[in-house]
Write a protein that binds this ligand. Structure first.
Ligand code: SF4
Length: 155
């Protein structure tokens, strides 16, 4: 929902702080996830992630979440799916050239990043192109696997 998406950017600092704690908890749960089997829990976890992040960020489940580097403004809501800043078509009022009624996700990303400690610096890091094989998969589990050194699930 668009209004909630804008709310999330306004509350980027607290949402980012919450996510940091949530992520640390998930990483600690790695032995449990391994015991259950990442492949087995992928679907239910992805379903929960989609529901929560869909509500808060209009998440498109790209599977490679960068919200912490984009001020809690999901770049996949950009009609051009740009992951490294805005195109040259941002309107003078800060709205999108493709969707004139929508704020440019990158204008919002900068606003949100200003609210997160180190957010603007983090936003300046170049993001890889989206790996479409991760579409629909859980970013949460992906992060746990990366941070705990667990083998990557087949995609
Ligand atoms: S960056 Fe990807 S995983 Fe994160 S909110 Fe956007 S679509 Fe969802």
């Amino acid at each position: 929902m668009y209004a909630v998406r804008l709310w999330s950017v306004r509350h980027a600092r607290s949402l980012n702080a919450f996510y940091r704690g949530f992520e640390a908890t998930l990483v600690r749960l790695n032995p449990v996830f391994r015991a259950l089997g990442y492949e087995r829990i992928e679907r239910p976890v992805a379903r929960v992630e989609k529901a929560v992040k869909g509500l808060l960020f209009d998440c498109r489940m790209c599977g490679q979440c960068v919200l912490s580097s984009t001020g809690m403004s999901c770049p996949m809501n950009c009609p051009k799916s740009l992951r490294n800043g805005p195109c040259g078509g941002v309107r003078a009022d800060g709205n999108c050239e493709v969707k004139p009624d929508m704020r440019c996700v990158w204008v919002e990303a900068y606003r949100g990043s200003e609210r997160i400690p180190g957010g603007v610096e983090s936003m300046s890091r170049v993001q890889f192109a989206v790996d479409q094989r991760s579409q629909g998969h859980s970013s949460w589990l992906r992060v746990v696997r990366e941070k705990s050194g667990s083998p990557k699930a087949a995609q």
